[in-house]
Design a protein around this ligand. Structure first.
Ligand code: NDP
Ligand code: 8X3
Length: 250
């Protein structure tokens, strides 16, 4: 029987590429994000191969998350794979100049949103004694870089939650692991710089960054390992990147 994967943040970047990759593995998909039109377009693109259901909700809103997941039709209710991917950076300012709204957004989306979704899905996995959770962390969850302050804190929290989930769910049959990418060329920097495309594109100039498809390929690999294999914590950077601050640019 085909597995069902629930992907948050499927409207762009890593989440969208993952949806496309998992459809190739004949997995049925629940695609989430706020931009409904993009979800519909992706559904149209993938529906000829696999069953696709879309859920449009703001991950910051606890009630919306709960209602959206509770509204899944019977054939999509069993979630085998949860990809906790939705997230973004907002701003790149020194701590003394940071915007509280940006801080709220990062903590509410990257940390609390991930928990809200997980809270709705983990119990059914525990009950069944099976499931696979992939948390999308970041190299920013392993080290702190200048002006990254709260974004790095939110990703350090994802790193801790990933470990906590794996410890607490040990013995339940559920696999838990994190994928921690370095710089990936997505809408990430556009969001970080509030739509300033020029500033965003400069982030990826002078070297060959990861593409969302590179990360999606790794996620596909991780979720298709035999049951006794759990990839617990994986860091992936492009070849030009050695750490958050050391990037070989020409
Ligand atoms: P994108 O901006 O391309 O995608 C972000 C996704 O998150 C979108 O689908 C967006 O959907 C969703 N999202 C954002 N806010 C909300 C919200 N409030 N409610 C619901 N969904 C939301 O960025 P990436 O693909 O790069 O980012 C995906 C993940 O990868 C993030 O967790 C990010 O931190 C992480 N990451 C990214 C790296 C990079 O360099 N790009 C490197 C390391 C990690 P919508 O706006 O439609 O709601
Ligand atoms: C995204 C990678 O280095 O821009 O998490 O923070 S970085």
């Amino acid at each position: 029987m085909s597995k069902t994967a629930f992907i948050t943040g499927a409207t762009s970047g890593i989440g969208k590429a993952t949806a496309i990759e998992l459809a190739k593995e004949n997995m049925n998909l629940i695609l989430c994000g706020r931009r409904k039109q993009r979800l519909d377009e992706l559904k149209n693109e993938l529906s000829s191969n696999v069953k696709v259901y879309t859920l449009s909700f703001d991950i910051r809103n606890r009630d919306e998350v709960k209602q959206a997941i509770a509204s899944l039709p019977e054939e999509f209710k069993q979630i085998d794979i949860l990809i906790n991917n939705a997230g973004n950076a907002h701003g790149l300012d020194p701590i003394q100049d940071g915007s509280i709204d940006d801080w709220d957004a990062m903590i509410d989306i990257n940390v609390k949103g991930l928990l809200y979704v997980s809270k709705q899905i983990i119990p059914q996995m525990v009950k069944r004694g099976s499931g696979h959770i992939i948390n999308i962390g970041s190299t920013a969850g392993k080290e702190v870089y200048p002006n990254g302050n709260v974004y790095c804190a939110s990703k350090h929290a994802v790193n801790a939650i990933n470990q906590g989930m794996r410890i607490d769910l040990n013995g339940t049959g559920i696999r838990v692991g994190a994928i921690n990418p370095g710089m990936v060329e997505t809408e990430f920097s556009e969001v970080r710089f509030k739509g300033d495309s020029e500033k965003a594109s400069k982030v990826y100039q002078g070297f060959e960054p990861l593409q969302p498809e590179d990360v999606a390929d790794i996620i596909r690999f991780v979720v298709t390992r035999p049951y006794h294999v759990n990839i617990a914590d994986l860091i992936v950077m492009c070849t030009s990147q050695a750490s958050s601050t050391i990037v070989d640019k020409n």
